[in-house]
Write a protein that binds this ligand. Sequence first.
Ligand SMILES: *[C@@H]1O[C@H](CO)[C@@H](O)[C@H](O)[C@H]1NC(C)=O
Ligand SMILES: *[C@@H]1O[C@H](CO)[C@@H](O)[C@H](O)[C@H]1NC(C)=O
Ligand SMILES: *[C@@H]1O[C@H](CO)[C@@H](O)[C@H](O)[C@H]1NC(C)=O
Length: 220
Amino acid sequence: MSRFLSFCLLAALVSATSAQFTDQCTTQDYAAITQCYVTYMAGYNISMTTTVPEYWSFHFARRDLLDADGLHIQPYVCQLGNALSNCLAPYSCMGPNAYMQMNAANTTEATDYWIDLAVTEYQCGVGYNLTMTEFYCMAFCRDRYQPNIDQCDAQAAIDMKNGMDPCAAQQKDFNCQAAVYRNCCDWNAGVYICNVDVAGSKAVNPACVNAGLVTCPAPR
Ligand SMILES: *[C@@H]1O[C@H](CO)[C@@H](O)[C@H](O)[C@H]1NC(C)=O
Ligand SMILES: *[C@@H]1O[C@H](CO)[C@@H](O)[C@H](O)[C@H]1NC(C)=O
Ligand SMILES: *[C@@H]1O[C@H](CO)[C@@H](O)[C@H](O)[C@H]1NC(C)=O
């Protein structure tokens, strides 16, 4: 199952802002953070010592597991995700730069991991019940309507290029994606996708979310 959908847009937002990360921890903290990821990757049978795996190879390993085992493996995926989140919780210094310290190949890889963590925290936290109840319907919608989702992102990139306020362009994009999932599945699937997008947005560029300029409706 895809972990975040608005990937292209978020990547565009990141490259539009600064690719230099400013987060900084001590060497000791980085060693502990690395250990959190060693444990996390071991849950997927991925062996890691000091170098985080290439992001998409990790992403596809997790997706293959979800595709193969379906809903009943989701609690395990969230158990790993929540354990990671708890393990990292003491390190408020943590940010995308931590992945550079774990030898991520470039800032895109580091950003992907940082977004993935934020999305996991929604999917396995506040959003967990929706993750479980909407699981198969969203998998179906994703298979069928991913081009429509990509179209929402593409339009946002065009809107921003044309001078639309970036927060407004994001909200429009997230509403667009929510409509795809709402029409394919149900109201709560739309809410879910919107919240996944917001989690990712907040991870890379929190200004719009923190200003309350990008929001999602409540589940029903
Ligand atoms: C990891 O490997 C063990 C032993 O082969 C297997 O039983 C388990 O299902 C694997 N776990 C994952 C998440 O792939
Ligand atoms: C970043 O590194 C990954 C993994 O090596 C690679 O696939 C990707 O093309 C690189 N991206 C950039 C923008 O250099
Ligand atoms: C999830 O569902 C359970 C059982 O229906 C409920 O007790 C719990 O409060 C719900 N959690 C959230 C975060 O909505």
